[in-house]
Design a protein around this ligand. Sequence first.
Ligand code: KIV
Length: 271
Amino acid sequence: MQQNKQTKRVTTHTLQEMKNAGQKIAMLTAYDYSMATVVDSGGIDVILVGDSASMVMAGNETTLPITLDNMIYHANSVVKATKRALVVVDLPFGSYQGNSKEALNSAIRMMKESGAHAVKLEGGKEIAESVERIVTAGIPVMGHLGLTPQSIYKFGTYTVRAKEQAEAEKLKQDIKILETIGCFAVVLEKIPASLAAEVTQSVHIPTIGIGAGNNCDGQVLVVNDMIGLTKGFTPRFLRQYLNLFDEINNAVASYVKDVKTGNFPNDKEQY
Ligand code: KIV
């Protein structure tokens, strides 16, 4: 998609209008300027600067080690690249769980220092006070329910959440709470498709699914997974549109061969 001066920025209101009109919302992650430029120009509605950066950018095993400063750095690079997409940034583990004042300070730092348009926080009732305080300060908040990777050591596994009735009931209550206190959208990660369909119907705000079936108002994937850069990660919910790991691998091998055989650079590639 070509960008021009007339390109209209997607806002939280646009997403609400899309839900109201039955139009699906497309969201992908990005963590750096180059990738965000391509993703934005591809026509994506929302770019999530996810704390999955901890794994795909920094090589950590979980999302827990990434810091607020790290996330601000990634978010700032993405914001500079986007002309159309709404840029939402994860508040990382440890930057909002302490109390609502800490949460507000983290959200304010993120907005001031990165230029992002909204923040995302994981959890329901437990973080409601923080979400409310951030929203009251004029900062749009996206919720995140179901599998919440910042709690991975509590869950013990990345398996599907809310299969049991008690957890499903809690999720249904949590999404209502998040809607009431002003979240503009909620990510539903790795929950049964039937539950995602039910809660999507039960709220006015958009739901964005990852491993949550086709009846959410939108979908999100980690861009590195979707373009096949992350080798060997093949969960059922992932559709891989490219196999960039092998493509780049082959390109590197060709370059190494050309350098070593003296085939690069040739006469036209020098001054
Ligand atoms: O950090 C992330 O990439 C996310 C998505 C998986 C929703 O939170």
